[in-house]
Write a protein that binds this ligand. Structure first.
Ligand code: ACO
Length: 311
């Protein structure tokens, strides 16, 4: 019967239908989804930290309100994604443990520091821009709960990107010092944002199978190409320079030729040696411990409610 179930599953994937939580699925499909969705959820949660760093110091009340809303959106994204992962049979507590014990991955990008206000612009423009480019195709992921979560997340990410772009635009049209601050932030975030798409295709062990299962719709390099192409006219609109001096449109290959991406740095960050890896995990662990009373109170409330219902 397993052969029959496998054949039904293959037919659903082939027909662009969705796999839902109660459908039969190969164990490896379940495992890879739990891996990708939980890493994605952790990225949203850890990703709150670099920007939260500026909430108390945002340059105006309006900027502060926008930034707070944005960081709250990221928390919401983490929650939808944890819920999507839970439909695959992993407990929320297990994912949290994996994260705070340093056994889970989250996006490399969130291990870089945010020393200036312009970093809020660069994160919105480049980091959320890369996230949208990677995530729009995930709206069509074959696993229903993941694809559906992505629809709302992408809408919110578009707003995040616009607000980042607008911060940079204002700085780029400000004093020479402000323009320099914007350029400096873009210089620091540009290359790490290209690394967000993952290693080059020939070093990406999961891509082929994830594409066959229609979880991923495009390869890491294809999406990186698309992203760079989107940025070129936006650099012009901002009046800022692209840090990649070798970037050229290649008429023959119809691709962007890019400068060398520092993959040693990327793998170093993945091993935990980035600027902020230790700090990010420590902060997350502390927040989890500080929140223990909330979880206990919620559990106690739920217990009393159900006791009342039974009485
Ligand atoms: N940061 C950290 N780890 C990464 C990154 C990155 N930027 N890119 C790849 N990796 C990891 C993969 O998770 C994988 O690790 P694992 O096998 O131990 O689980 C390993 O490097 C090899 O990479 P791939 O084989 O290319 O992995 P995969 O097919 O999963 O592709 C990708 C990686 C593109 C990130 C994919 O998982 C994905 O699209 N995820 C959803 C989007 C996401 O997580 N975004 C988070 C940042 S955006 C935001 O939160 C705002």
């Amino acid at each position: 019967p397993d052969d029959e179930l496998q054949a039904d599953f293959d037919a659903l994937i082939e027909a662009e239908q969705r796999i839902e939580p109660r459908d039969w699925m190969p164990e490896a499909y379940r495992k890879t989804l739990i891996r990708q969705i939980s890493q994605h959820a952790h990225s949203e949660i850890i990703g709150m930290q670099p920007e939260a760093n500026w909430i108390t110091r945002a340059p105006s009340l309006k900027r502060k309100a926008i930034l707070m809303a944005k960081v709250q959106d990221e928390a919401g994204h983490g929650l939808y994604l944890y819920s999507a992962a839970q439909t695959l049979g992993i407990a929320r507590d297990t994912m949290t443990e994996q994260l705070i014990e340093g056994r889970a991955r989250y996006s490399s990008i969130f291990n870089y520091p945010t020393p200036t206000w312009a970093d809020m612009g660069a994160i919105g423009w480049l980091v959320d821009g890369a996230a949208i480019c990677n995530q729009v195709p995930l709206c069509r992921a074959s696993y229903g709960p993941y694809g559906r979560a992505m629809v709302r997340i992408c809408k919110e990410e578009s707003f995040h990107q616009r607000q980042g772009f607008e911060i940079l635009l204002e700085l780029a049209n400000g004093t020479p010092e402000q323009k320099q601050m914007a350029q400096d932030a873009v210089n620091r975030w540009y290359w790490p944002s290209l690394q967000m798409f993952g290693p080059p295709d020939d070093e990406s062990p999961n891509s082929a199978q994830s594409m066959a299962w229609k979880i991923k719709r495009f390869s890491n390099d294809e999406l990186r190409q698309r992203f760079v192409g989107m940025l070129v006219p936006q650099f012009e609109a901002l009046g800022l320079e692209c840090p990649d001096k070798d970037l050229r449109w290649n008429e023959e290959t119809e691709q962007w030729d890019m400068g060398e991406i520092d993959w040693d740095e990327f793998f170093d960050v993945l091993k935990g040696h980035g600027h902020c890896n230790a700090q990010r995990l420590q902060h997350r662990r502390q927040a989890h411990e500080d929140g223990a009373w909330v979880r206990e109170a919620a559990a106690e409330y739920a217990r009393k409610q159900s006791a009342q219902l039974k009485a």
